[in-house]
Design a protein around this ligand. Structure first.
Ligand code: NAD
Length: 727
């Protein structure tokens, strides 16, 4: 079985068609790369062959590198990675030179890439080595180099070629941010050369091959007198670009993403030397990134395990539970968002609220989002009409007849929720699964209001629903397998990422995030400079500092949660020091971003201006601890809670713990998640840090037994708990 097929037509044009039989999307493996190389050799050696079209037998060109190849390369160590990458450079360089005389640059055979659809990663790096890139006008296609999103960078010449093709400035969004474009935008940016009607793709590619001259095959960087667009580093304009780029990259990544830095170094150093040397530099930088534990942790969590969870790694083996008709009760912020994502995925939705105006307002939320999509040309008016037609906004529970899933998103009040459960169960069929979107109330407790507790489950969305990709599924004590499968099949249909956890206070995500917020407020109360707290968090890769995050989620919500937790825990309540801060802020009327006043000051339009000066008088500044201590406190507060969640059986799969942490609350993505971070650190070092923190700051940092055991045995979480040993 070959991944490429070779066919030559009567005019001597060879078509190499890429079609990995076992996969719906082409991915490049070591074996397929070898086949490609051999077929290119064959065409270059065949005097009858006049040129080559590289295309795909599928609707898309390619999704990228098979990440297992990267895992294999890493297993061989730095030398194996470097040699493997240089081998790929050799093949792609052979395509680029296409048999031409190295001195005269004449006599090569034209090679064109014809892209029917999406072309990502190596799926664009290969075309960049060809002499022309023609794409079908397919607005759904995505073209780009997303490697940076999983902690690596384009290492098969894509970095060096794109920087030389577009210049460092224009290539930056594609290389540094992993920007993806549709074919027309990619053409406008200069990423590809031509866009044609899909039915003309191969005829146009062939016509180009037959008409190409020697000069058409010479890449600018192989021609005499090449100058980098926008200027190389020692050109005045280039100098400005590179100085700015360093600052921008460090500003955005806070220096915690090794890939961004290595990429920039590869572009900068590469721009100062001849092309083939630049490829060698790219390979060295790529090797160093692959050897960094951050890249393997990011690939594992953000790609391999995220995909495994989306495909149902923890789905019980029951029959297909595809949702046909969804009922959403409560058309407020969450209910309206849930109705939108479901209708957008083709599911019919009945959206119920206590009065018709509220129900209509909930449906209007979808209209607003669809209109925004139209303005950004992502949604057509027809699509808007279709989606809206799927949402029925009503107060009438009888409309729920025929629903196979209900998601309740009414006020966070057990009494109201219980009434709603009873009303819904009277209106739906006996097989309907019932889910609550509660963020704090135990599912097992809410299920008491149900006649069918085995069909009762938690489906916890994060706000805003249309943007946040994590969905936490919570099993109550009596929740059955079919309810779990229904929830998972629903999450799959709306293309989000699920984690399945057991019932406990705050489930998983909120359980870990609250100690982070609290630790930030504790430090403020202790007199730590607030700017140090916020910056320490960002410098360790948290997207928002704890004080900013409290402002975003609102002080009054914090107060509400604190009061409820104190009521539930009684004497054992450990967070009085935090409440002193929260309650004082609430008393000042500083409720966070929504009131334009919180730990930060905001201008009249709601723009954040800086930390509120009034904090200094209330929380007098004492000598600051060092940066590492602040960072350890902020990270360990979250991470120890994750370990306890695993120890308690709330989490049953560390993959969910890691993926859920990054997608749910932005836990330092460079680390791969809390368990990956502990593995990078080593359990013994983690215990040592926590023992130190316990001595200085109290028993909340006491290492859980599990962590101590692992420190003693020298195990890592992924060696002890990984379900998929290959990951
Ligand atoms: P919201 O106040 O915006 O919306 C609640 C809606 O429920 C309102 O439109 C209200 O009219 C309606 N409602 C109240 N009683 C009703 C009844 N008896 N029958 C029908 N409709 C009724 O609240 P929200 O922020 O959307 O939160 C809803 C639920 O989702 C809560 O359980 C909350 O804890 C949970 N949640 C909220 C967030 C968040 O960030 N806001 C995140 C996750 C989960």
């Amino acid at each position: 079985m070959t991944d490429f097929t070779y066919a030559m037509d009567a005019d001597g044009v060879v078509t190499l068609s890429w079609d990995v039989v076992s996969k719906s999307m082409n991915v490049m493996s070591t074996a397929s790369f070898l086949q490609l190389s051999q077929m290119v050799d064959r065409a270059l050696a065949d005097p009858e062959a006049r040129g080559i079209i590289i295309t795909s037998g599928k609707k898309d060109f390619a999704g990228g590198m098979d990440l297992n190849v990267i895992a294999e390369m890493r297993a061989g160590g730095a030398k194996a990675i470097f040699d493997g990458v240089m081998g790929m450079h050799g093949v792609l360089r052979k395509i680029e030179r296409a048999g031409m005389d190295p001195k005269t640059l004449k006599g090569g055979k034209p090679i064109v890439a014809a892209l029917p659809g999406t072309a990502l990663g190596i799926g664009l790096e290969l075309p960049l080595a060809c002499h022309r890139i023609i794409a079908a006008d397919n607005p759904r296609a995505k073209i780009g180099l997303p490697e940076i999103m999983v902690g690596i960078f384009p290492g098969a010449g894509g970095t060096t070629r794109l920087a030389r093709k577009l210049g460092a400035m224009m290539a930056a969004p594609y290389l540094l941010e992993g920007k993806l474009s549709d074919p027309k935008a990619a053409r406008a940016a200069g990423l590809i050369d031509e866009v044609v009607a899909p039915e003309d793709l191969l005829t146009r590619a062939k016509a180009w091959v037959l008409a190409a001259t020697d000069a058409d095959l010479v890449k600018p960087w192989d021609a005499k007198g090449y100058k980098m667009p926008g200027g190389a580093p020692y050109h005045p304009a280039g100098f400005m670009t590179f100085v700015g780029a360093s600052a921008m990259v460090l500003g955005k990544t806070m220096g915690v993403y090794p890939a961004a830095r290595a990429l920039l170094a590869a572009v900068y150093e590469g721009a100062l030397v001849p092309f083939d040397t630049a490829l060698k530099i790219e390979a060295r930088q790529f090797t160093s990134v692959l050897m960094n534990p951050s890249s393997s942790a990011m690939i594992r969590s953000l790609f391999i395990n995220k995909e495994a969870l989306e495909k149902g790694a923890n789905r019980p083996a029951v029959t297909d539970q595809t949702v046909q008709k969804l009922g959403v009760i409560g058309a407020g912020m969450m209910g309206a968002g849930i109705a939108y994502v479901a209708a957008n995925a083709g599911i019919s939705v009945v959206l119920i609220d206590a009065d018709q105006t509220a129900a209509d307002r909930g449906r209007a939320h979808s209209e607003t989002l669809l209109d925004k999509g139209i303005a950004r040309r992502k949604v057509t008016p027809e699509k808007k009409a279709e989606v809206l037609a799927r949402i029925t906004a009503t107060t009438d529970y009888a409309a729920l007849a025929g629903c196979d899933l209900i998601i309740e998103a009414v006020f966070e009040d057990p009494k109201i929720k219980a009434e709603v459960t009873a009303r819904v169960e009277a209106a739906v069929g006996p097989d309907c699964i019932y889910a609550s979107n509660t963020s704090t109330l135990p599912i097992s407790m809410l299920a008491k209001a149900s006649q069918r507790p085995d069909q009762f489950i938690g489906i916890h969305f994060f706000s805003p629903v249309d943007k946040m990709n994590l969905v936490e599924i919570i099993k109550g004590a009596q929740t059955g397998d079919r309810a779990v499968a229904k929830a998972l099949d629903f999450v799959r249909a709306i293309r989000k990422t699920p984690i399945v956890v057991n019932d406990a206070r705050f489930f998983y995500a909120n359980r870990c995030i609250i100690p982070y917020l609290n630790e930030g407020m504790r430090m403020l109360a202790e007199g730590v400079e607030p700017a140090l707290i916020e910056n320490a968090a960002k410098l360790v890769g948290m997207p928002l500092g704890p004080l900013q995050l409290v402002d975003e989620t609102s002080i009054d919500l914090g107060v509400k949660i604190a009061k409820a937790t104190r009521a539930a825990m009684g004497e054992a309540y450990p967070d009085s020091a935090v409440d002193a801060v929260l309650f004082w802020m609430a008393d000042q009327g500083r409720l966070g971003k929504k009131s334009n006043a919180g730990f930060y000051a905001y201008d009249a339009s709601g723009k954040r201006e800086g930390l509120w000066q009034g904090l200094a008088a209330q929380f007098p500044h004492r000598p600051d601890p060092d940066l590492a201590t602040v960072q350890h406190r902020l990270l360990m507060a979250q991470v120890l809670e994750a370990v306890r969640a695993l120890e308690d059986g709330v989490l049953t799969d560390i993959r969910e713990g890691d993926v859920g942490a990054i997608l749910g609350w932005g836990f330092a993505p460079w680390s791969g998640g809390p368990f990956s971070w502990l593995d990078i650190l080593g359990a013994a070092r983690a215990v040592e840090i926590c023992d130190g923190l316990t001595n200085s700051f109290g028993p909340r940092f006491t290492p859980p037994k599990l962590l101590r055991d692992m420190a003693a045995s020298g195990e890592s979480f992924y060696s002890r708990f990984a379900k998929d040993k290959a990951a």
